[in-house]
Design a protein around this ligand. Sequence first.
Ligand code: FAD
Length: 383
Amino acid sequence: MKIYDVAIIGSGPSGASAALKLAENGISAVIIEKETLPRYKTCGGGFVYRGRKNMPFDISSVVSKEFNKIEIYFDKSGQHLTAERPEPLVTMVMRDEFDNLIVEKAKEKGITLLQNHKLTKISFEENIILHTSEGEVHTKFVIAADGALGPTAKLTGWTDTRYMIPALEYEVEVSPEDFERLSKEARFDFDAVPLGYAWSFPKKNHLSLGVATMRRTKIDLKKYYRDYLKTLGIKEVIKEEFHGFQIPVGARTDGFVRKNVFLVGDAAGFADPITAEGISNAILTGVMAAEAIVEGKLDSKKSQELYEAKLNEVLIPELKTGAYLAKLFYENTSLRNLLMKRYGSRMCEAMTEVFMGERTYPADIKKKITEKFKGMVFNKFKN
Ligand SMILES: Cc1cc2nc3c(=O)[nH]c(=O)nc-3n(C[C@H](O)[C@H](O)[C@H](O)COP(=O)(O)OP(=O)(O)OC[C@H]3O[C@@H](n4cnc5c(N)ncnc54)[C@H](O)[C@@H]3O)c2cc1C
């Protein structure tokens, strides 16, 4: 009976990237995926440069469009900001093609892919036994890359402490005139949804339009999508495909490794708390988990320590600061608008640097904002 060193549940960007890294280091690994590849994934497909610049191979064959510029609209205050870079700030991909490309690269290096294998149960014995719809797979380590709604963490014993938000994605075909006009810009519209935003991400021949909210109480997101079509001036929808899903924008609070199971990407809750952008952190953490297992030489304790140390170095502090900023940004709109009016361009520039991978969110941001706000109130009374 074959016992793999590592079994990866899920073939999204986190799982496929982990597989590639393991294969490059001669570790025997298998990807277990419930769908047939290439499979559609509900996603805007906006891949920010901090992720793209670290890709270990050329992805141009799956690039739908590239944008060196993004437009940010605040509908209520009428503010409009633009971020621009010489490099593609956001690369548009269709996730079926993008994810499959990484899987193909991993397969070229020797990874086994078991598609149409749905994980249903896990037994922890001398080795780990993964029960799937098509039979058992035996392994020493598991990388749980099964996304926002995958079962691996729960089957291992985690309770769900992630902060999940609802989001809708529409793949929309519009008239040639509207497409000509709207395909020129990648845009975010804050205030288009309460406590959230809408986006227009142009692809080769259609628009990926979406709405997301940080609010978890009942909200009619479809209505806000319809309103957004009007904001964009879309007169006629020729074809429309609707998909709803969830994005974990708050990381788990009870650890990321147990019983040789390593959580990565959305399974861990690693999407950006402000933008809900999750592809780049999915790839980053998939690679980190694989590296930890390689560097730990398949020793459980060492590999766990290494993965936790890698996460704690930059990502976890960044996500904590991001969660604070997201709360301020979405829940306290009057303070946000005040700050945006004064410091909008600087804040936009700082966010662009995060997207580019040139900086992380500043650790002392809470203190800085409190000081700035106090200063603004003081000046208001003084004048
Ligand atoms: C509406 C929407 C828009 C988004 N837009 C963007 C965007 O523009 N840019 C961005 O960066 N991020 C975006 N995101 C977030 C992004 O899609 C995720 O963060 C990213 O896909 C996480 O990658 P992953 O590899 O962790 O998981 P996933 O990509 O979700 O992959 C998980 C894989 O696991 C498989 N799986 C699940 N259960 C099982 C099982 N039982 N057995 C076997 N396999 C299983 C699934 O089939 C899937 O292939 C968006 C998300 C949503 C919902």
